[in-house]
Design a protein around this ligand. Structure first.
Ligand code: FAD
Ligand code: SF4
Ligand code: SF4
Length: 399
């Protein structure tokens, strides 16, 4: 990068809430256009200009090595591992490694603030991005808000506050826009802690998903699409509900994912310094990808609070991916009891660890490639990154 060279952004006007965004229906509501940094939207928006490899070089000093299977799939990295907190944070999405790193960075004075996302008082799933300045504020942002979240809407406040050292927690589309305007924020040091992200929805889409899939939509506090091929819902009373993917009503749910997320190829958050997810690790461990020296510095801070083990990989995803592409395209929904049985069989023989990560990436990239090809054919060539083209190229896709 970067072709961004103007410093006139302060004169630009943020868009009004609810108004149409420059990326139109592909907008993921990342928050950039809620600020005067909209000035840079043409270069910064992940859905207008796809430039992951250029930004990888800017951030990690090199783009991913497409000949190395782990980099092809998981992006530039120095190290990957499975990890979990020795004392999990209650109510965190997993064991709370993300919140713990953020708290340590603040407590040790590495940063003056942390961009993260709490929820509104009225609605536990309505995102409310903030710049946290205390550990309590960070803790209040724990657990996923499984909806599009305008995390970058607080960017103007950073410049106004005079803050020089900042941690931003976010998902891929937010981080791509952030990296594109990074040099304009007036910071001495920016740290980026990312999570993987896929299949996100608007708040209304989330409601439909919960009502179609869970036995008790109003008591769900969090959920996750898990490595055992089930959606795990946690309820207010502490109970867990597990619904097999194969039982999801794909014909009803086909349209609930946001168009941005059906066109997204940055599942693994390529531009973060450190990524904390779960999909490359055996359940119930978390999965950590250290992309560069900054990420390593961040992880070091919590080494005495976590246990780790090497990443593992088991099984063969490819036949399941190919079958899944067809089933999805045909919108087949299996009766629940058949789906339960299949869930058990797949759990015993299915892909595990990194192979599960590759299974999920293959399946989503194939679906998203078809979506872009069918709905935005003029964007296909430039919008799909080279690594995603190679991944999708391993499968036979329907027209
Ligand atoms: P916690 O300590 O609970 O902290 C969670 C952090 O996430 C908070 O700091 C909060 O600010 C931030 N956050 C919450 N919601 C959002 C949001 N909508 N946008 C941006 N930031 C947010 N991991 C995988 O391995 N595979 C997946 O398919 C996958 N899908 C995901 C989809 C979404 C929409 C999100 C938000 C995350 C997803 N993750 C996925 C990441 C995973 O679910 C956990 O968030 C991650 O492992 C961290 O867990 P934790 O207990 O350490 O986080
Ligand atoms: Fe603006 Fe972000 Fe939407 Fe792109 S995704 S149009 S940068 S708010
Ligand atoms: Fe953004 Fe992609 Fe997540 Fe959608 S799936 S919210 S576009 S990172």
């Amino acid at each position: 990068m970067t072709s961004i060279d103007s410093s006139k952004h302060k004169k630009a006007k943020a868009l009004k809430p609810g108004s149409r965004r420059p990326a139109k229906e592909l907008c993921s509501e990342c928050g950039l256009c809620d600020t005067y940094y909209i000035h840079y939207v043409k270069e910064a928006c992940a859905f207008i200009t796809q430039q992951i490899d250029t930004l990888e070089t800017q951030t990690h000093t090199r783009s991913r090595n497409l000949e190395d299977e782990n980099e092809l799939y998981f992006g530039v990295h120095q190290e990957m591992m499975a990890a979990r907190k020795l004392q999990p944070i209650e109510g965190a999405q997993w064991t709370g490694i993300v919140s713990t790193i953020a708290i340590e960075m603040l407590n040790r004075g590495l940063v003056e603030g942390v961009v993260c996302v709490q929820n509104t008082k009225e609605d536990r799933f309505q995102p409310m991005p903030i710049i946290a300045r205390t550990p309590e504020e960070i803790l209040a942002a724990k657990v996923n808000k499984p909806t599009l979240s305008p995390n970058l809407s607080v960017l103007e406040q950073i410049e106004q506050s005079g803050m020089k050292r900042l941690l931003v927690i976010g998902v891929g589309c937010q981080i791509q826009a952030l990296r594109a305007v990074e040099k304009k924020l007036g910071l001495e040091k920016l740290y980026v802690l990312g999570t993987p992200c896929v299949d996100n929805v608007t708040r209304a889409g989330l409601q439909k998903f919960l009502e179609t899939t869970s036995r008790s939509p109003e008591t769900v506090v969090s959920y996750e699409f898990m490595q055992d091929f089930r959606v795990h819902f946690k309820h207010e009373d502490g109970s867990e509900e597990k619904v097999p993917f194969f039982g999801l009503k794909t014909n009803v749910l086909k349209d609930i994912f946001a168009p941005s997320c059906m066109s997204c190829f940055d599942y693994v958050n390529s531009l973060a310094d450190l990524v904390v997810g779960y999909m490359g690790a055996p359940y119930p461990w978390q999965w950590i990808v250290v992309r560069n020296d900054t990420g390593k510095e961040m992880l070091e801070l919590v080494k005495d609070q976590i246990e780790t083990q090497p990443v593992m990989s088991q099984g063969n995803r490819k036949p399941a991916v190919q079958q899944g592409i067809k089933a999805y395209d045909d919108a087949v929904t299996l009766p629940m009891w058949v789906a339960q049985l299949m869930g058990v069989v797949i759990d015993k023989i299915g892909p595990k660890g990194l192979e599960y990560g590759r299974f999920s990436i293959d399946s989503h990239f194939a679906r998203n490639y078809l979506y872009v090809k069918r709905n935005h054919p003029e964007k296909l060539e430039a919008h799909v990154p080279e690594f995603a083209k190679r991944i999708v190229g391993q499968y036979k896709l329907p027209e």
